[in-house]
Write a protein that binds this ligand. Sequence first.
Ligand SMILES: [Fe+2]
Ligand SMILES: [Fe+2]
Length: 264
Amino acid sequence: MSATLSAAAVTVLGTAAAFEKCRLTRAFAADRAEGRLAAPGNEAPPPRPARPERPVLLAPREMPKRAYGGEKGRIGLIHALAHIELNAIDLAWDMVCRFSAEAMPGAFLDDWVRVALDEAIHFEMLAGLLHRLGAAYGDLPAHDGLWQAAEKTADDLMARLVVVPMTLEARGLDTTPTTIERLTRNGDDLTPPALEVIYRDEIRHVAAGLRWFRFLAERRGLDGKAEYHRLMADRFPGGLKPPFNHDARAEAGFPRDWYEPLGR
Ligand SMILES: [Fe+2]
Ligand SMILES: [Fe+2]
């Protein structure tokens, strides 16, 4: 067997069509679980993953204001979340193959393959909801800023873990329960169950980020909390937006005295 895990990752990153990206993610995750992609390899990822022709990607300031409430608002919200999940599939595969020089343990690679699989399931679930509402991923314009976090942290695995799972995915834990409540109050019984699944999985993704951040801090002889603060000041200087979901963050193993002082 000559195929390596990083070659598989590069294949997914180079695949533009969203459902094909998901299908390959499922296939490679099964291969990895069954021992067919055991060799990590050292194929390097492309600077930017391939994306479908639609949705049209717009700069954040060009994004039309999303309709609030009603069927249109619901489609807009689910479409925006689906776009985030598609990006998250690529972020997970990028994590698998970008930092091969770190020679991370197989368990690290297993964790991010599992994350990629979760994100593919999240995307498919949201795309399924759009379909039930008579819409599809690609119908609306989407935000082009999401890959910036990857570009800004392509040089250092600890910085990547701090910005992506420990900041952006942790932010999802803070906001998702409020979104679920609001939708439920508006009589939406379709979207909240999907968001519950995503919420539970994202706690695991944040936990994986923290676990490997701590592993690297120890390997490099650094104090985890001090290094987290140093990297946040350097790579995410705007700080964090409270209120925090302390329960979910605690479940993910995030010490309150790490993130709370960064609230602004
Ligand atoms: Fe997700
Ligand atoms: Fe995630």
